[in-house]
Design a protein around this ligand. Structure first.
Ligand SMILES: *Cc1c(COP(=O)(O)O)cnc(C)c1O
Length: 435
């Protein structure tokens, strides 16, 4: 596949690096979506980033809505976080022993998130989700999990079933290498449809360990929960004695300081975190009610460990990021920024007679080129992929960097000022007038 728009920007250095990368790493990347397969063409190699901007290896500057897929909520390389990481680095990178920094980040998370009484730090969102699933199974003594079509919970075997995001972009709803014995224990329900969950619970009485959900779906665009959906999941989990897990790897400290659970006022039994919680360094976490967390080793029998878990660099980045986010007005600003962009997109697409659906919650948003209202994964399949591909390449030419897939959400930061948003809108306007 070639690019839809003849490039005016010189991206030859990125292209050269990508040729080399393909001889060294599968597909030239360390995470599939980065390879731009969803839109064809070569990925940009990023040299550096600052505030709302990323700069590629040829020195081109772009307004960034990828934000490292979520973590860069204070913009890239925020001064105080850089300083915190530098100070931590000077004292050594990792000791394999407890540090007071872990206490500090744990306290921040527990104070912020309604459903978290105790927390365990890990190194990625994937680790957080697979550990939460193991814990739910250990706690309930049951085997099966319910997840939702199009929701992504990292790449552990149990979750590579209707997994959205990268897998959806590549048309791989499943993956070879996942044992069928594992996959059969993962049941798939329909997002925003509590009846689909009820039906699975009733057909598998006494067998469901956990219901896992992204409380705002962010790996099939950006799809907020409809009124009553999360409340229904809470009630169903209680009724059937299963653990309700909110995967807040994307939404945690992104849609609100206390995550989607504080925004919507529904408290899960377990929560998973990643992305923002590490401020761009590799961190994940899972946490929940005291009696469930008491199952985790060494307090209890459920084993889970990590050589670099809670390492001081990652903790320092997380502490400073959360400390900045805790300041008054931050989420009001992030919400206003997302809303301004979502409303602007609505106006611009309408002006050019193109259908569009938009949604914004806190610091995340999404748009989809379809006339179909988006409530779940099936609706996303009506999106015009060709229009997205053209739009994606044309926007890059205009200096706006979206994730290379219509299934990814957009992320704003505190450095996306009104001026930056207005520049973005103007770029969309120019691009749509030529499509
Ligand atoms: C990104 C993401 C994950 C996986 O996190 P990694 O750090 O990439 O392993 C899990 N769940 C959700 C909701 C995510 O958005």
């Amino acid at each position: 596949m070639t690019t839809a728009t003849a490039p005016r920007l010189n991206t030859d250095t990125s292209a050269k690096h990508f040729e080399t990368a393909k001889t060294l790493m599968p597909g030239g990347v360390n995470s599939p979506v980065r390879a731009f397969k969803g839109v064809g063409g070569n990925p940009l190699f990023i040299d550096r980033a600052e505030g709302p901007y990323v700069y590629d290896a040829d020195g081109n500057k772009y307004i960034d809505y990828v934000a490292s897929y979520g973590p860069a909520i204070l913009g890239h390389a925020p001064v105080s976080v850089v300083r915190a990481v530098q100070e931590a680095a000077e004292k050594g990178f990792s000791y394999g022993a407890p540090t007071v920094l872990e206490n500090q980040l744990a306290k921040l998370v527990i104070d912020a998130v309604p459903g978290v009484d105790k927390v365990r730090f890990v190194n990625s969102g994937t680790e957080a989700c697979l550990s939460a699933a193991r814990l739910a199974r250990a706690y309930t003594g049951k085997q099966k999990l319910i997840k939702f079509s199009g929701c992504y919970h990292g790449h552990a075997d149990a979750f590579l079933v209707k997994a959205g995001s990268g897998a959806a972009t590549l048309g791989l709803p499943d993956s070879p290498g996942v044992p069928s014995e594992v996959a059969v224990n993962t049941l798939t329900a329909t997002f925003n449809n509590a009846d689909s969950v009820k039906a699975l619970l009733e057909a598998n009485t006494g067998e469901i360990a956990a219901i896992l959900v992204e409380p705002v779906a962010g790996n099939m665009g950006c799809i907020p929960p409809q009124q009553g959906f999360l409340e229904s999941l809470r009630a169903l989990a209680d009724e059937h004695g299963c653990v309700l897990v909110f995967d807040e790897v994307m939404t945690g400290f992104r849609v609100a300081y206390g995550g989607a659970q504080s925004h919507y006022g529904v408290t899960p039994d377990l929560s998973c975190f990643g992305k923002v919680i590490g401020g761009g360094l590799p961190v994940g976490a899972y946490g929940g009610k005291t009696d469930i967390m008491a199952m985790v080793a060494p307090e209890g029998p459920m084993y889970q460990a990590g050589t670099l878990s809670g390492n001081p660099l990652a903790m320092a980045a997380g502490i400073e990021t959360l400390t900045q986010l805790k300041q008054p007005g931050v989420y009001e600003q992030l919400s206003a920024t997302s809303a301004r962009l979502a409303e602007g997109l609505q106006v611009v697409f309408t002006k050019h007679n193109l259908p569009v659906q938009t949604a914004a919650v806190g610091g995340m948003l999404g748009f989809a080129q379809t006339a179909t209202p988006i409530t779940g994964y099936d609706d996303m399949l009506t999106v015009d992929r060709d229009v997205f591909t053209k739009l994606f390449w044309a926007l890059l030419q205009e200096g706006v960097y979206l994730a290379p897939s219509p299934f990814e959400a957009m992320f704003v930061s505190t450095t996306h000022t009104d001026v930056v948003i207005d520049e973005t809108m103007a770029a969309f306007d120019r691009v749509l007038s030529t499509l």
